[in-house]
Design a protein around this ligand. Structure first.
Ligand code: NI
Length: 256
């Protein structure tokens, strides 16, 4: 069985056929999908989808590229959802992004800190988005890890080996998405090879960046099987072994 640890099922590209998408996921061996919000509206939608579909659980948060759009009161409602809703298993997605430059960096850092503190207070893990901001993310995590262990995942990891080692050092899980399957991503595969099986997670980050061989299509949770198969090759183990470890890891992190 498989767990897609990062999906955005509220995306309008799923509006017409979500039940069919989830049926295909189940048929492909996916036993759970974590649907993560990127702002208040999509966090509410993620909770609604989780409440309607037993296959899905939710995470709530304000993604760094959406931090500038957040209205006063949005964060309080995120906190309220995280506290109140039993199917909210995680906080996020959160993190830092220097690629898009859609929100002032200091504001991103402020929101990142809030998510980490909420994670600690509610004892729910958090999911980290990091784009062109590896050093900043590691620095922030180091500061917070001084206060106690972090329960978190580096989602769709795309950093280098040194960053991966820093994150593993702090006890984080490392999740790989479709990007790791792309022909040009040998450097990322070399990083994935070094991540111990007991820290490895898989995800789609759907609807974005479908893995080979379905690249270019709308991504969906069933396709996490392709990324899993690739990771088995990279690690030189059986697909069953990757499935077993990543599913066990996801259950441990998200308490599923
Ligand atoms: Ni995402």
């Amino acid at each position: 069985m498989l767990i897609d640890t990062h999906a955005h099922l509220f995306d309008e590209r799923f509006a017409k056929d979500l039940p069919a998408v989830l049926a295909r996921a189940a048929a492909a061996g996916v036993e759970r999908v974590v649907c993560l919000g990127i702002d208040l509206e999509s966090s509410r939608a993620s909770v609604a989808i989780a409440n309607a579909h037993p296959l899905v659980v939710a995470a709530v948060g304000i993604q760094p590229n959406h931090a500038a759009e957040a209205k006063p009161g949005d964060w309080d409602e995120i906190v309220e959802l995280a506290q109140r809703e039993p199917r909210v298993v995680a906080i996020g997605e959160t993190g830092l992004d220097r690629y898009w430059d859609r929100a002032p960096f200091a504001l991103q850092e402020d929101y990142f800190a809030r998510h980490i503190e909420l994670s600690r207070r509610l004892n729910k893990p958090f999911a980290i988005h990091c784009r062109n901001a590896e050093a900043d993310v590691v620095k922030a995590l180091r500061e917070h890890s001084a206060k106690g262990p972090l329960r978190a995942v580096m989602h769709s990891f795309s950093g280098d080996l040194a960053t991966a080692r820093e994150c593993l050092d702090m006890g984080l899980y490392m999740s790989f998405a479709g990007m790791v399957t792309y022909p040009t991503a040998q450097t990322l595969r070399d990083v994935a090879k070094e991540v111990p099986l007991d820290r490895l997670l898989v995800e789609t980050d759907c609807p974005y960046l479908a893995p080979q061989p379905v690249r270019g299509k709308r991504n969906e949770p069933a396709y996490v099987a392709h990324t899993t198969a690739l990771l088995a090759q990279v690690k030189g183990v059986s697909v069953a072994e990757i499935e077993e470890h990543t599913t066990r890891n996801a259950k441990a992190l998200f308490v599923l």
